[in-house]
Design a protein around this ligand. Structure first.
Ligand code: HEM
Length: 158
């Protein structure tokens, strides 16, 4: 009996969950936040928070799956010794980006961000929408850099 191809399966799970997570981030950044400008200013942030509530729970599961599959890959490929070295910068970048989202999704959003956004959005819906758009654009740009660095790093570039 042939053994299960654990490594390719881990990589597929890792890449598919990255795809759904970063695809969702791209959709919120390039479609949802610009489209909210068509709503009356007072409704923009409540509408964003309703959409974000639904995508947020998906993103939390996806980020956990990315972390678990990434840890599995790291162990199976014996890549831990690359961490903190010049050749392993792409790995450090993936882990730092992942840790930033763990902090955002599991700590900052529930503890402070949603309450602050609701208060700020009630005062100035448009300025808060623009702030959110900028913050999401920065996160999306970082994600694109991390994914590019991962693909190049695996190919031994850099
Ligand atoms: C705890 C966090 C993470 C760990 C430990 C981790 C670890 C790894 C490892 C060990 C690989 C396999 C490298 C190889 O096949 O030689 C990999 C592949 C990959 N990772 Fe991560 N990763 C993490 C988070 C992320 C994040 C946040 C992203 C993107 C936003 C990402 C994107 C990718 C991509 C696109 C690949 C496939 C590269 C390729 O095969 O061409 N990873 N990851």
């Amino acid at each position: 009996m042939t053994s299960l191809p654990i490594l390719p399966m881990l990589l597929a799970v890792h890449v598919l969950s990255v795809m759904l997570w970063i695809g969702g981030l791209a959709f919120v950044t390039t479609v949802v936040l610009p489209a909210l400008a068509r709503l009356p200013a007072a409704q923009r942030i409540p509408a964003f928070l309703e959409i974000e509530r639904r995508f947020g729970s998906q993103a939390r599961v996806l980020v956990l799956v990315v972390g678990a599959s990434g840890a599995g890959l790291l162990a199976r490929l014996s890549l831990a010794s690359l961490l903190g070295t010049a050749q392993g910068l792409w790995l450090d970048g993936m882990i730092a980006f992942w840790a930033l989202f763990m902090l955002l999704l599991f700590v900052l959003e529930p503890a402070v961000l949603h309450r602050r956004l609701r208060e700020r959005g009630a005062r100035d819906g448009e300025a808060t929408r623009v702030l959110l758009l900028r913050a999401h654009a920065v996160l999306l740009a970082l994600a694109l850099i991390v994914v590019t660095a991962a693909v190049l790093g695996v190919q031994g570039v850099g």
